[in-house]
Design a protein around this ligand. Structure first.
Ligand code: 5GP
Ligand code: ZN
Length: 112
């Protein structure tokens, strides 16, 4: 059993409010939302961070970004949204399984 929280969510071992999943990715609501809509998109494959990405992941990353736009539309974020990938301790990364934050709607924090 993996000791990575997001691997365990992807495997269904830990519950999450999943809004989309397929064979490559899972999207679920952040447990501590920073805006009205706050989703986390993760690859099913464990990748520590953006720093661990290789050319073999190019297709996966493109897929995740396209899916982000689709999920934003489905979440009603026609006016726009913010995407964030925190990388490493200095970038505020707390969970070391690559994830993309999709934020939008009321309460979207400033970019300070
Ligand atoms: P990071 O700071 O690593 O970019 O973001 C990690 C995010 O994961 C945080 O926004 C945090 O609220 C979220 N998070 C941490 N633990 C859980 C959990 O068990 N379930 C869900 N859905 N989100 C989590
Ligand atoms: Zn993982």
């Amino acid at each position: 059993m993996s000791d990575c929280l997001f691997c365990r969510i992807a495997a269904g071992e830990i519950p999450a409010d999943i809004v989309y999943q397929d064979e490559k990715v899972v999207a679920f609501r952040d447990i501590n939302p920073k805006a009205e809509v706050h989703l986390l998109l993760i690859p099913r494959e464990h990748v520590d961070s953006l720093n661990a990405v290789t050319p073999a992941h190019d297709e996966l990353l493109g897929y995740m970004l396209r899916l982000t736009a689709k999920l934003a539309r489905e979440q009603g974020l026609a006016d726009g949204y913010r995407t964030i990938i925190n990388t490493g301790p200095g970038g505020g990364q707390v969970i070391f399984h690559l994830h993309l934050h999709l934020l939008g709607g009321k309460g979207l924090p400033g970019f300070e």
